[in-house]
Design a protein around this ligand. Sequence first.
Ligand code: ZN
Length: 212
Amino acid sequence: MNIILFGAPGAGKGTQSSLLVETLDMFQISTGDLFRAAIKNKTQLGSQAQSYMDKGQLVPDSIVIGMVEEVLASKKVDFILDGFPRNVSQAEALDGLLQKLGLDVSRAIFLEVPMSILSARLTGRRVCKSCGSVYHIESKPTAKFGVCDNCGGEVVQRNDDKEDVIATRLKTYEEATSPLKDYYKKTGKFVAIDGNRSPEIVFSEIKRQLSN
Ligand SMILES: [Zn+2]
């Protein structure tokens, strides 16, 4: 069972991916993690990606697909793609890659959360500068204000979690994603799940969809 998990920033993809990894023994492929690992390990694709990022440019799809291919070719377990594909051209490239590898995606699960809720979730988000632990001022505060529970590092609001930036991020996301939803609707793999509920309820709904 291979799945694509998508939804706006703040929709809960990270949380649901972790639950799937823990309980169903799936393997999570997040493009953010792939970038970090490739750059840290100085792979060829990693250095190429780095050169684009240094110039403040988007990493081209061909490089992202190359990284996804390296992982898929080496991991023969059920996978969750988290944060990828982001648009139709990436989805088409992914389909080509899966076909080449003899793999398939059974569900494209969209976590649906209203814009106003997403905005509140994101503006309250705080991140540790040292270890990357994620907190939320209301739903998951640190024990001591501004200090990471995990490593004692400084916990801050990322620039792209500030309110005006968030409005732009969500709008950009929405524009790229509507065609992506249509793409997966056509293949009959699309499933929308109401993500505006507790993580446990959302997760049981995902499991129910996977067993259908
Ligand atoms: Zn930390």
